[in-house]
Write a protein that binds this ligand. Structure first.
Ligand SMILES: [Zn+2]
Length: 295
């Protein structure tokens, strides 16, 4: 069974309905941890890893929560219900003064000296190297999300919101992307998955990708099983390229079916009205050609 990662962007929203997390230097922790979490989601899906998120908007996952404890228990439950292999909570630290700075990865004290400590150290070092921020390494804390989760769990404190240098860095999209890619690379190593860097994935317009996925889907409605498998394969290549969730993986197509869908892609390419759409049909057809070349 494919491994699932649960990503938990800390906090969410604004007072009084939400929880902004730490606030300093004109930023809320809740808003700064969401983009890198979403970039991490995209990077993992691009690499063929399944992801569940505790939140994807700047709001609490459980708006009706009565307490912080209930909010954190709900996040852990999402990971437990998904039977995730790893829980990754993304936060920023806050210091009593502006001085403390750098990246740390927190794990539960019960994991001291265990394999997870080594993995956490690698994640911290990797994010520090990617962002240029200081590597504070592994820290231990009896945090509720680390305690309530049934699987390996790490909490990334991705810099200090109270430190001007850290916050300037982490407010930039380029740093958010770099830190997310660094974590994705380490997670892929942990899972034995093949990390696919962003540069080697073709940039596709998400709307064009959705339209072409729907077109491949419409072919399957009137087709035999073999064709459905080939269409699913092509559509999943597009889903991976734009970071959409893969809900059904029917496996590799037969040569005969792949050939038919490669030809159909060519026909759709000719009829496409935009370059963006043509690019999508190219990516889909290439994925089928690649599937055949592995045989
Ligand atoms: Zn936090």
């Amino acid at each position: 069974m494919a491994k699932i990662i649960c990503i938990d962007p800390g906090h969410g929203g604004v007072y009084p309905t939400g929880d902004p997390g730490a606030m300093a230097n004109g930023f809320r922790e809740a808003e700064l941890v969401l983009p890198p979490s979403l970039f991490l989601r995209n990077a993992l899906r691009r690499s063929g890893v399944s992801v569940v998120m505790t939140r994807e908007k700047d709001a609490l996952p459980l708006p009706s929560r009565k307490s912080l404890g209930e909010d954190l228990a709900y996040r852990a439950r999402i990971a437990n219900n998904a039977k995730a292999a790893l829980f990754v909570s993304w936060h920023m630290d806050a210091g009593a003064t502006a001085d403390p700075h750098g990246i740390a990865v927190w794990i539960h004290p019960s994991q001291k000296g265990k394999a997870l400590a080594t993995k956490a150290a690698r994640i911290s070092a990797s994010v520090a190297a990617a962002t240029g921020l200081k590597d504070r390494g592994v820290c231990y804390g009896d945090f509720q999300v680390l305690r309530d989760t049934a699987m390996d769990a790490v909490l990334i404190e991705c810099g200090f919101i109270t430190n001007p240098g850290d916050v300037q860095c982490m407010a930039k999209e380029v740093s958010q992307r770099k830190s997310a890619e660094a974590v994705a690379r380490e997670i892929c190593t942990i899972l034995g998955a093949n990390y696919v860097p962003e540069s080697s994935a073709p940039f596709l317009d998400p709307e064009a990708a959705k339209l072409s996925i729907a077109l491949y889907g419409s072919i399957t409605q009137t087709s035999i099983e073999e064709i459905t498998v080939a269409c699913n394969y092509a559509a999943n290549a597009l889903r991976r390229a734009v970071g959409l969730e893969i809900t059904t993986d029917l496996g590799k197509p037969t040569k005969a079916a792949a050939d038919i869908i490669i030809r159909a892609s060519g026909t759709m390419w000719e009829g496409a009205r935009t370059n963006q759409l043509r690019k999508c049909f190219n990516v889909a057809a290439d994925s089928l050609r690649e599937a055949l070349s592995f045989e």
